[in-house]
Design a protein. Structure first.
Length: 507
């Protein structure tokens, strides 16, 4: 018996190793985005759509720091410790994030800087549009528009895009000393750009052209122009050139130009796979942009929308591929199970004779037990005792709908993991037995919001209850419901309920 059992274990181990050797390597790519916004969402969707686009399969996990440097540093450390094969990072600030990237490199994990660079030379490769070229192109376009007074409003100068765009634009301005050129530093927000232009207009010197480092700031300039009743006097140009944003602003006449700053998330995934598989790759990868003017804006808009539609189709294809891969793995496991079953049956036949006597003994014991059970249930007193342990059919719980069951399980899973600030949708989906994309579609269909939005709402709801039912501080409540910082918690709380946590507690 021991020899037979040992042989069976050896066969099972061999089958397991054979199955493992046939599994294709899936490379895990972690992405740390410095912020949100349409431009970065477009890049994220392109990376997700490219997971199965190439010969090697990639699994992309994306974390967003929402313009919080400390949050991004924690996310980078968390991604590195989760077992990723490569990190893609768009640093919120150059110098502070460099230390976190150094820790990742020391673990032997390659790092790709996307869109923005870090201080020094501590990265494996860079990919993104040439910000110097973007600034230069917009500078030459500003000169071609005519006018004698040009104002530049920069993004946060602690970031490489703002530094490089200013470098390219200012070089053109220096080459045209006949122009009056003024540069004002901002922080990438439309409100700050609006304030700067309002103050400039009030001085009585109205610029002829205002160049903003992104189209979001350009909307703030347009707002200031409208509020000061000088619409049409200032020509506004920006950078990003997204459908529904910069391109649309040019079509409406709010801006006279923008620059399509490329995303190309598919090329980011391709570069990552080349690094991981040992294929040749370029360390510096500059993506080309396009100058958008009123003359070519309609054509650019058409092409951009078609590319975004194709990207959405790729995401749908990816969802189907995940289903097909799941079916394939299930069939493979069933095949291995069938082989194991056949082996077990063959072993069982060899063991039949030895088990014959034990079987007869077992049958006699069962017969004896059946007689005792019959006696128990035929006896009136014992039947009454047995009825105590039975549940009447009318008291059985009513069956629930699948969506209701899913919602209850999801609610339980979120509340169980709510205090974890690094909770990922992949982990939540795994607990629910769903893939990332399937979880997204299921939650969106039932609740009307994404899993990330639902998690955020439930955290804020729990915080609201704790504010009114406990004496814990705002900071304690923030950490308890899964926020990394009390400041970010207060910001989200006010966006959700219109008041700060302290105001709710005082009320």
């Amino acid at each position: 018996m021991k020899t037979v059992g040992r042989t069976l274990l050896y066969l099972l181990a061999a089958l397991t190793l054979l199955t493992a050797c046939n599994e294709e390597k899936t490379y895990r790519i972690g992405v740390s985005q410095c912020g949100s916004g349409q431009w970065r969402e477009k890049a994220n969707n392109e990376m997700l759509a490219a997971q199965h686009l190439y010969e090697q399969t990639a699994e992309v996990s994306i974390a967003c720091a929402y313009d919080d440097t400390e949050r991004q540093i924690k996310q980078i450390d968390s991604l590195a410790n989760s077992g990723i094969d490569l990190l893609v990072v768009a640093p919120n600030e150059e110098e502070p994030v460099s230390a976190a990237i150094s820790r990742v490199r020391k673990q032997g994990i390659p790092v790709i800087c996307f869109d923005r660079k870090v201080g020094g030379d501590n990265y494996t490769a860079f990919i993104g549009g040439s910000n110097v070229e973007a600034g230069r192109a917009m500078g030459e376009y500003a000169v071609s528009l005519g006018g004698g007074f040009v104002m530049e409003i920069t993004g946060a100068m602690s970031t490489s895009p703002a530094q490089e765009r200013h470098e390219g634009f200012s070089k053109v301005m220096v080459a045209h000393p006949e122009l009056k050129y003024v540069c004002k530093q901002a922080d990438w927000t439309s409100d700050e750009a609006c304030r700067i232009v309002e103050e400039q207009i009030k001085t009585g010197e109205v610029p002829d052209i205002v160049f903003c480092h992104n189209d979001g700031m350009a909307t703030g300039v347009y707002k200031a122009v409208v509020e000061q009743n000088i619409e049409g006097r200032i020509k506004i140009i920006g950078i990003d050139g997204l459908p529904g944003e910069g391109i649309e602003y040019v079509q409406f006449g709010h801006q006279v130009g923008t620059y399509v700053y490329p995303t190309h998330g598919d090329k980011i995934v391709k570069l990552a796979l080349d690094i991981l598989t040992g294929h040749p790759y370029e360390r510096e990868n500059a993506l080309k942009g396009i100058l958008v003017t009123p003359e070519n804006v309609n054509l650019v808009d058409l092409n951009s929308r078609e590319m975004m539609a194709q990207n959405n189709d790729l995401i749908i294809v990816q969802d189907k591929l995940e289903q097909y891969f799941g079916w394939y793995n299930l069939q493979r496991k069933m095949l291995v199970g069938s082989v194991i079953t056949i082996i077990v049956l063959m072993m069982a036949i060899a063991m039949v004779w030895r088990a014959y006597l034990q079987t007869r003994k077992t049958i006699r014991q069962r017969q004896s037990m059946n007689e005792e059970q019959t006696l128990f249930y035929t006896d009136a007193n014992r039947r009454k005792v047995a009825e105590i342990f039975s549940t009447p059919q009318e008291k059985l719980p009513a069956p629930k709908k699948q969506d209701t069951l899913f919602a209850e399980q999801l609610n339980e899973a979120i509340r169980k993991n709510m205090s974890n600030p690094n909770l990922k949708m992949e982990e939540l989906g795994e607990e629910m037995g769903l893939g990332r994309v399937q979880l997204y579609r299921k939650v969106k269909a039932i609740t009307g919001v994404t899993p990330v939005e639902l998690l955020r709402k439930m955290r804020l709801q729990e915080a609201y209850v704790l504010l009114g039912s406990t004496t814990k501080t705002v900071a304690e409540i923030a950490f308890e419901v899964g926020f990394n910082t009390p400041g970010y918690f207060s910001k989200c709380f006010k966006e959700e309920y219109g008041k700060l946590p302290g105001e709710i507690r005082e009320k």
